[in-house]
Design a protein around this ligand. Structure first.
Ligand SMILES: Cc1ncc(C[n+]2csc(CCOP(=O)(O)OP(=O)(O)O)c2C)c(N)n1
Ligand SMILES: [Mg+2]
Length: 379
């Protein structure tokens, strides 16, 4: 079956040349040269942020980091095509989207320093907390979209405002296998909810390849629920932008839910706790490094005269500042009182929570004994 759900939409080829597409290209007309440059800037700043966060984890300053390396174009292109009033339900890897929305380095990193469940107020940025429980956010997104629809029907939300509040449900190729996604899509289709499903197919769910998660393109799933799914080259920032803009426009006009499967690649580890060399080949990674989204876009910006070396130098300098801000922010985060973790699970005392509290106490006491033993040995 040759259709948009099978063939991936690409505007910018790997050699940096731009082609036109009868449906999607018109959306690029809304971008001037500064707008084109801004896309690159957002990608490059996130890449530097990401590298710094990885280093900070290696230095023991963060508990964990989930790199978005390689996924900058799909994230920046998609979020740039939305309005700041549209509501985003992210996974745990949407750093380029979060930074694009204005979430600060400190707000973004505090979770990864294990000092808070989240560092920002979702209502400030219309960007929900990161969801670590796979696909749970797709149900939250559906519920949110149902709320919008009900407010619209009751007259609490005027139509022109509702059109500015579509819902983006982010998920990965692996999460697409969760039952929650099925329930979310059934409801979205039945109620024609204003939702855009955004699957970043980065080829891996930790060590499981996406070819195991689905024998057919993930974009085909949408047809089973009765809505449109499109496959896009996620390493092409312009196609990512144009396809998301088209989908968003249709959803705003009442078309119901849509799905984008963005074909991209996670160039880094799943998280800093993972060693990807154990399950994928160096050749595979190298083949995707050759399709680097920043390199491709930079080539085009340069050849079109939309950006010169001065611009790229400025972005590099700004990226250094972003990294320095992140280091400073991490050092300034106050550790939390670990007892709070147990106090805030239930309002009433709970046996399991108390057992966990006792376990931690024992565990910490173990370190005190080690310290005593070390002191005794050295005296
Ligand atoms: C419900 C649930 N099951 C399992 C996990 C453990 N887990 C965390 S990430 C992950 C893989 C997710 O892969 P994918 O959806 O492709 O997203 P990616 O990490 O590639 O961005 C798994 C199995 C989890 N967090 N939640
Ligand atoms: Mg994945």
């Amino acid at each position: 079956m040759e259709d948009a759900a099978t063939e991936r939409v690409q505007l910018l080829a790997e050699d940096g040349t731009l082609s036109t597409h009868e449906l999607y290209s018109r959306h690029l007309e809304g971008l001037d040269d500064a707008g084109f440059r801004a896309l690159y800037r957002h990608m490059a700043l996130e890449r530097r942020f990401d590298a710094e966060a990885t280093s900070l984890q290696r230095q023991g300053q963060l508990a964990l980091w989930a790199p978005a390396l390689g996924q900058e174009a799909t994230q920046v292109g998609t979020i740039a095509a939305l309005k700041s009033t549209d509501r985003v339900f992210p996974t745990y890897r949407e750093h380029a989207m979060a930074l694009y929305r204005g979430i600060s380095p400190e707000e973004l990193i505090v979770l990864f320093r294990a000092a808070a469940h989240t560092g920002w107020d979702p209502n400030t940025y219309n960007f929900n907390s990161y969801a670590i429980v796979l696909a749970s956010q797709t149900l939250h997104a559906t519920g949110w979209a149902m709320g919008i629809q009900q407010d619209l029907r009751s007259g609490t939300l005027p139509r022109d405002k509702a059109e500015d509040e579509i819902v983006l449900a982010c998920l990965g190729d692996g999460a697409s296998s969760q039952g929650d996604v099925h329930e979310s899509m059934v409801f979205a289709a039945s109620y024609r909810l204003p939702m855009l499903y955004f699957i970043q197919n980065n080829h891996w769910a930790i060590s499981v390849p996406s070819s195991t998660q689905s024998r057919a393109p993930l974009a085909h799933r949408a047809a089973g629920y009765g809505f449109e799914g499109v496959r896009v080259d996620g390493n092409d920032v312009l196609a990512s932008y144009a396809v998301a803009a088209e989908m968003a426009e249709q959803i705003r006009s009442g078309a119901g839910p849509k799905l984008i499967e963005s074909v991209t690649y996670r160039l880094g580890a799943h998280t800093t706790a993972d060693d990807p060399t154990k399950y994928r080949s160096a050749e595979e990674v190298a083949s995707w490094e050759a399709r680097d989204p920043l390199h491709r876009y930079r080539q085009w910006l340069t050849s079109e005269g939309k950006a010169d070396e001065g611009f790229f130098d400025e972005v590099d300098a700004e990226a250094k500042d972003v990294a320095a801000d992140l280091r400073r922010a991490v050092a300034e985060i106050e550790p939390i009182d670990i007892e709070r973790v147990f106090d805030t699970v239930y309002t009433e005392p709970h046996r399991q929570v108390e057992a966990d509290r006792a376990w931690l106490k024992d565990y910490e006491a173990g370190f005190a004994e080690d310290d005593d033993a070390e002191e005794a040995a050295s005296s």
